[in-house]
Design a protein around this ligand. Structure first.
Ligand code: ADP
Ligand code: MG
Length: 576
């Protein structure tokens, strides 16, 4: 059964003001212009309408006045004229007889009266008033005339209209003001957001560090135990070597000690990789090689009753990730699986290519799945698994940071992570990482085992603060046929070099007590004696990285005599 999968989102928030001040002003101007245009058009239409209405009213009045004028019926004339007052726009109406004398009139209170004599003519405008005149005829006979004065628009209606218009302008201005203020505030908010993002980045860095510490903490117990065993093998092996003369047995003991030391060395390398403080440092990685390299470490950081199986098909693609983060992620998942299997079980690590099918290979992914036979995850918890600080473990047992590191790593590598699980049926945590078509970084040439023997009488200045290490290295150098002078720290080494110039090479530890370390010493020597080769050595990955970045030769501790021999050979050959 397919169980819901979970993706925890975490993109950066994009921020862009929706409306700028200039856009707001433009919008407001457009609104006002549109309002003006509409008002003007409306005014024009209204005028035409009122014009027509007044003309119709005048024609009706002229028609109805024929009889009263013909019969000189003044009371009927007054009645008809007075009836026109029902139209509130009409201000004055009058009827005149054949001689042009005023027969009947109506004037609205406060308005000027109609003229005493009517002058016929086309419609004319008198301010905001329309004046219309018309003859009153019966057939061909002119019986008199009528006069009508109409207000084009009542002041109250016009005031209303202008008030609405003013309101529109005020609103547009308000809009501009509000948007301007909002925009200014948005700028401020943006600055705050930037500051918050910086804060969050700091917090994330701190979180990553604590995630690493979590993995480290989980590891420490297992590793300390493991180192004890290795030391046990080495020390008892050496004790037994002294007591036996049988060459076959001596060889077996020697090999046992050798193996223990090699395992210890690879374990330290892993630990150093984990504890590195550097941020994601992508490199092209062969998944199969990396996982195979983790087998021993996983086996030992888990429990005896937890078996680790690694099933990898041949020809797995490469990915480009921070290799140490990949290892931390696998370790975090494996530790969770161990905790989910209190009575033991199997952890299966699988990987497969997932082609996208596109011809250019874009979207090709590698899927890495780590499956356990543990208790499983309840459905309601599936969505919370990858949350930082989500844990179901007792205080001191879990921090809830393991899977959030896994998720963060997958996202930072351009991929994704998820979980498939069912209660009681085990859990699979999977990662999908994009394929890389880049070539693997070239491997350093394999170190050829080398027979010890004198190679001329080269003199080497050995700088090493730890007496027991120094003794051993001196021994190795003599064994290789070199003459050795030892200095206990960098300043002492400079003194020796000033007094005695006859050295062919300086071989120096990097991290030493005192003001100047191996790297400073190497720089000083490059200034004083540019032709004198210097080889540095250290077990600290950070120190090693600093030196290699400067183009210096570094031999990583612990090293075997063959590696030392090759390094010295190469340096001396270059110098000569
Ligand atoms: P922690 O291990 O510190 O609790 P994680 O982030 O590593 O934090 O895991 C969060 C939680 O997810 C665990 O507490 C556990 O409940 C659950 N979990 C993770 N892996 C498994 C698994 N393989 N099987 C069952 N539960 C798991
Ligand atoms: Mg965990």
């Amino acid at each position: 059964m397919k169980v819901p999968q979970m993706f925890v989102g975490g993109g950066r928030i994009g921020f862009r003001p929706a409306l700028t001040v200039s856009m707001a002003i433009g919008l407001a101007v457009a609104i006002v212009a549109a309002a003006f245009a509409m008002a003007a058009y409306n005014e024009h239409l209204g005028q035409q309408e009122r014009h027509r209405a007044a003309e119709v009213q005048l024609r009706i009045l002229a028609g109805s006045m024929a009889a009263p004028l013909a019969f000189d019926d003044r009371s009927a004339a007054r009645e008809y004229v007075g009836a026109q007052s029902s139209n509130p726009d009409v201000e004055a109406v009058a009827a005149y007889d054949m001689q042009g004398g005023l027969t009947a009139s109506f004037t609205r209170p406060g308005a000027p009266p109609p003229p005493v004599r009517n002058i016929l003519g086309p419609p004319r405008l008198d301010g905001a008033r329309l004046v219309l005149t018309s003859p009153v005829t019966e057939g061909e006979t002119v019986l008199g005339s009528v006069y009508l004065r109409s207000v084009l628009e009542s002041p109250s209606r016009r005031a209303m209209r202008y008030a609405g218009f003013a309101l529109l302008i005020v609103m547009a201005a308000l809009l501009v003001a509000v948007l301007g203020a909002a925009s200014a505030r948005e700028g401020e908010a943006n600055r705050k957001l930037q500051a918050e993002i910086r804060e969050r980045e700091k917090a994330e860095a701190a979180l990553r560090q604590s995630q690493k510490m979590e993995a480290m903490g989980q590891l420490t117990g297992g590793v300390a135990h493991d180192f004890n065993n290795l030391l046990m093998v080495a020390s008892s092996g050496i004790d037994l070597l002294d007591r036996t003369t049988d060459p076959a047995r001596r060889e077996r003991l020697r090999q046992g000690v050798r193996q223990a030391i090699d395992r210890g060395a690879s374990l330290t390398q892993q630990l150093l990789a984990f504890s590195r403080r550097t941020p994601l440092k992508p490199e092209v990685v062969d998944v199969a090689t990396r996982l195979a390299g983790m087998h021993a470490l996983l086996d030992r950081s888990l429990r005896e009753d937890v078996k680790v199986e690694i099933n990898l098909p041949p020809h797995l693609w490469r990915i480009e990730v921070d290799a140490s983060q990949l290892e931390v992620a696998v370790l975090n998942i494996a530790i969770n699986a161990r905790d989910a299997m209190p009575d033991g079980g199997v952890i299966t690590i699988e990987a497969r290519n997932e082609p996208s099918g596109r011809p250019d290979g874009a979207g090709d992914m590698i899927r890495l799945a780590i499956r356990d036979t543990g208790v499983g995850v309840a459905p309601e918890m599936l969505t919370r698994l990858f949350e930082p600080f989500f844990t179901t473990k007792a205080v001191g047992k879990g921090t809830g940071l393991g899977l959030s590191q896994v998720y963060g790593f997958a996202r930072a590598s351009g991929g994704e992570a998820g979980v498939d699980s069912k209660l009681g049926e085990g859990t699979t945590i999977w990662l999908r990482i994009p394929r890389s078509t880049k070539a693997l970084p070239s491997e350093p040439a394999a170190i050829a085992p080398r027979k010890a023997g004198p190679i001329g009488r080269y003199r080497i200045l050995l700088v090493e603060d730890d007496d027991s290490v120094a003794q051993l290295v001196e021994e190795m150098l003599r064994e290789l046929g070199y003459e050795v002078v030892r200095a206990g720290e960098a300043l002492g080494a400079l003194d020796v070099l000033r007094k005695d110039g006859a050295f062919d090479l300086v071989f120096s530890d990097m991290v030493m007590p005192g003001d100047i370390g191996g790297l400073d010493l190497a720089r000083d020597i490059s200034r004083l004696r540019p032709s004198l080769p210097v080889i540095l050595t250290t077990g600290y990955s950070a120190a090693a990285a600093a030196a290699t970045n400067e183009g210096r030769r570094v031999l990583i501790k612990p090293y075997r005599i063959e590696a030392l021999a090759t390094e010295l050979d190469t340096a001396l050959q270059r110098a000569s």
